[in-house]
Design a protein around this ligand. Sequence first.
Ligand code: NAD
Length: 502
Amino acid sequence: MTAIVEPDIAFLRRPQRLYIGGEFVTTAGRLPTVNPATGGVLAEAPLATEREVDDAVAAARSAFPSWRAVPPTRRARLLWDLADRLEQHADELATIEVLDNGKPLWEAQAVDIALTIELFRYYAGWTTKITGSVQPNSIPGMLSMVRREPVGVVAAITPWNFPLLEVAYKLGPALAAGCTVVVKPSELAPLSTLRLMELVHEAGFPAGTVNVVVGGPEIGVQLVRHAGVDKVAFTGQTATGKAIVGAAADTLKRVTLELGGKSPNIVFADADLDAATGGAFGGLFFNQGQACVAGSRLLVEDRVADELVERLVGRARSLRLGHGLQPETQMGPLISSRHRERVLGYVTTATEDGAEVATGGAAAAVDGFEGGFFVQPTVISGVGNSMRVAQEEIFGPVLSVIRWHDVDELTELANAVPYGLAAGIWSSDTSKALRLAERLDVGTVWINTYGMFDVAVPFGGRKQSGFGRELGEEALEPYLQSKSVWLDLDAAVPTSGQGISR
Ligand code: NAD
């Protein structure tokens, strides 16, 4: 593997600061963030206190009336300008993502950063297309209109697996709708969000429109409970989502939740096995298996299961693990040593439950990066759908292979998990695949492909994978609320001086 010298990024040498009310704020508390490939401290993030959270919410509240009044064309220009700045700094941002999260550079470039840029351009276009309506009513002489107005201050609470992109998913539609935002990135990978704030500032967004506070769950809890926050946009674990719904009850604020998954990737015997192997492999090992949509349950028709497992084992054994900046790297480390322990714990439960580790199943040693949190790409065969590895989100490079014989039972098997995020179907019979797609209780189905995302196509879950949608036009809805306005067309026109002045 190519030796690397970690690049000298000026941003990482600067003291990291929060962004509140258009000012960069230095904090007394610091939060070291770790490079998962080395285990060494990468930077010290600024740790917010309760007071700074209050300040950020107050800044977003006071910016809201003027931001919602900014003409849509001006909001569009600001979002477009931000996208241009992100594009100018794309390589730097991708590198920050690699160092803070561990993912391979090509993934960060092609997915995280590329999609983030397109997303801001896409929602720039929407600012001028948020329309109301005139509704018919049955009362003579009355006109009734429905306006769509921004909901107010949004708390965007995000995870570490796609750090910048998850923030963009919320920021794009929220700003387009006219909301102001307080972002709380994951404490495990907050750096790209802090760099984003420098670009937000340079783009000229009015002070307080976007704010960032950094910290752990306690900061998230404060935002969720805060009376000054109107809506929470959350992505993270299902257990956290449930806690958020509970904590939001007191103020009855709106909540959208993008949560965990246990997605079935279904292979029929009539599938193109080369394509299905690639789809099964990439569908799980992409981002080290740390993707909500990971196709972690591979449901394979019995007749082709042995061959598919053999192919997957071959590919897993030849996968190159390394530092994300090494060009040969196909899979990086997991986010933390604690998370690695958790992932490997699932391998133990699988063997205790009677499944077989076909390959992998242990921590991986990578030359030159002995302190990194690497895990061998793991394939577990002989898994039953009721085993813990098939029911719980592992969020790591562990693929569970489940065989099926009977098409009639397949739908039930595919749906028999608490989650409902996504599914894949591999078959040369597209009518059959489409009929099955209708019966899957999930938010997204990919047929003869896996993991496709586009800024215009909504994404989100069902069941315990959450509610609400990100991306596409649908993502604007949670940031808008309607107001019905009535006008008596027959009312006497006030004489000059008596009306409300314009
Ligand atoms: P997490 O739930 O541990 O943390 C997510 C964020 O919530 C972090 O910023 C964290 O500090 C904060 N937080 C933690 N406890 C909180 C609380 N009680 N109140 C308010 N905020 C709190 O999730 P994670 O480990 O960072 O991310 C991984 C999870 O995210 C996986 O389950 C994955 O499936 C999910 N995810 C889902 C999607 C999706 O679109 N459905 C996308 C990416 C990740």
